[in-house]
Unconditional design. Sequence first.
Lengths: 214, 128
Amino acid sequence: MTAHTTILATSTGPYVFWITSRGAGIAALILSSLSVSLGLLMAGGRGRTRRADMRVAHEALALSTLAALVIHGLSLLGDGYLHPSLADVAIPFAGSYRTVWTAAGIIAFWSLAILGLSYYLRAKIGAQRWRSLHRLTAVAWILGIVHSLGDGTDAGQTWFLAMTATVVAPAVLLLLIRHLRPAGLRGAPAQPLPRHTGRGVGAPASEMQGAGSR
Amino acid sequence: MTPPASSRTSSGADAKALAQRRRAELRRRTTRIRRSVAALALSLFAAAFGVVYVQLASGHDPALTAAALRRERAAAAPGSGAATTSPSESQSTEFGGAESGAGEAGSSEAESGSGEASGPSSVTTSQS
């Protein structure tokens, strides 16, 4: 048993960074899908009684996604085969490895980061403009899924496809419901946010309502 | 009919205390949710890492398996030089059906494994 364990540890040693990157990528895929689902649920006017809790969970899931994506990209810097530079993993089309698929992932990451973190600047951006921008998060998320299916080492594995379908399908369904529904029936009516930028569930109800489309 | 000053003071203090309690409760709930999400994120990462690790260590990694198979076939084939020079072609012809998805996804990764696939291959040998 000890010998067996030693063999495993030795053989996977050179691949630790690669495994870490794959693990973080999978975690990011799940977390982002959960975050998008929760955001769409709030935007659709569901869970009004627990809106504040949902907003906190949505925010935490989004930040966790960004953290996982940072690990996903940075851990590749230690990969023994690819040896990518920081530019290769941070700048779209800079690397030579599967340029298009990788660029899709990099663009998705930066889009998610900018659109997600702009939440903290919404007082400056303007609530209405921020809300319009925030809707593009779904596009960045879809781009991330395209990257995972096109570039992912495990993309052909049954367990990966089943997992992806499980987490992506509800979000896609909510997205379709939101966009196919007549505009008048959509939830979370646009309301101007107060200048108050306090975070957390202690924020005024009007802000909670405004944050619904996040 | 204004209430006496003492009564006003006490009701104001009650309201303040109630507001403080509510704020504290909201803060506790927020912290709990954030901690739960952080725990979920860590668990997901650990689970995904574990799955990929076991898959790789047991010799079932899609990229490295493809690379090993390709090397074996290239070695077995009479014109093995041609097979090694065109990995993408050999990949597309060797892997059909269920493997084809992984084949495409892992073909370039397979190249990554081809250079250092001795680890997992030796694991497979030692296990079988």
